[in-house]
Design a protein around this ligand. Structure first.
Ligand code: ATP
Ligand code: MG
Length: 283
């Protein structure tokens, strides 16, 4: 049995449970216990505050964890990052009041910076030779300058809207983060095998994100041209239609180029274009 720690509630909880469920690892959320065995896979899920996940994994209380890379860096525990998971994207940035006259990082010399990530910030300032007073606060970091708890902040940013609301501007992106799978690096042989299965399943799910399955009818004379528009992984599938002179062509495309490809396909005479979502992609 392998023990996997995930966030008990908060921004990563739902997506972690969804990822497990997509990977065929069913966790009965209604049970709401801190330790829940999956019903159909040799994994038990440990629900923790995200701050405690790196330590739980480093000490062997859990074999694996799903947590923000920002927490992994901050806690600086002995854990291995196995893979990025493609959700929970954000960054750790320095932000200053809009009217602060900031022009370059030496502005921070002698200033007080409020943050919940003192270790990452200390290392960053050390590398730049900046001497600033780092003030650790647990939450609502973005209000610190307004209430006189710091000249600037170092905090998580995703859209930047919270900064604007608080009269701040982002001046330096220090760390890019997303949810990652971490391991203690000391798994039993049996658990190592389970980890390999989990890695394979997670990769298949990640691989399918942003992909669309495309089906269309195409005149036989246009098949080559259509293939050059939607080349697919190996090559698209072409099946004859009952109607003479026409075929059905199937392919997989990236969602961000979907409309461009549809327009090109229509121009060369494709009809009945059907777009389906892709659930898993096993390469
Ligand atoms: P916990 O109660 O588990 O300690 P928390 O309040 O520390 O939770 P959340 O706000 O739930 O943490 O965020 C969890 C993680 O989600 C962050 O550490 C970060 O990796 C990621 N994240 C992504 N976008 C954001 C965002 N806009 N604000 C905060 N965290 C974000
Ligand atoms: Mg936390």
């Amino acid at each position: 049995m392998l023990r996997l720690a995930i966030q008990s509630k908060g921004r990563l909880n739902e997506k972690s449970i969804q990822l497990l469920s997509d990977a065929g690892i069913a966790v009965d959320e209604a049970a709401r216990k801190f330790l829940t065995p999956a019903s159909n896979f040799p994994v038990e899920v440990l629900m923790l505050r995200d701050d405690d996940i790196p330590q739980a994994v480093a000490t062997g209380a859990a074999d694996l964890g799903i947590v923000g890379y920002n927490e992994v860096l901050e806690k600086d525990m002995d854990v291995k990052v196995i893979m990025k998971l493609g959700f929970g994207g954000c960054r750790l940035s320095l932000a200053v009041p809009q009217n602060s006259g900031y022009d370059n990082p030496s502005w921070f010399d002698g200033k007080t910076v409020a943050t919940s990530y003192p270790n990452i910030l200390r290392k960053h300032f050390q590398a730049l030779g900046i001497h600033a007073d780092i003030r650790t606060i647990a939450g609502s970091v973005e209000i610190a300058p307004t209430v006189g708890m710091g000249d600037a902040i170092f905090d998580i940013v995703s859209s930047g809207a919270t900064l604007v609301t608080n009269g701040l501007k982002e001046v330096e992106r220090v760390v890019e983060s997303e949810a990652v799978l971490i391991s203690s690096g000391r798994l039993s042989k049996e658990n190592q095998k389970i980890l390999e299965q989990i890695e394979f399943r997670f990769s298949s799910i990640k691989g399918s994100r942003g992909k669309r399955y495309l089906l269309m009818n195409i005149p036989n004379g246009k098949i080559e041209e259509a293939i050059s528009i939607v080349p697919a992984m190996r090559s698209p599938t072409v099946l004859p239609l009952a109607q003479e002179g026409w075929s059905s062509l199937h392919s997989v495309v990236d969602a961000d180029v979907l409309w461009d490809r549809i327009e090109k396909l229509k121009k060369i005479g494709a009809e009945g274009i059907l777009v389906l979502s892709v659930e898993k992609l096993v390469l």
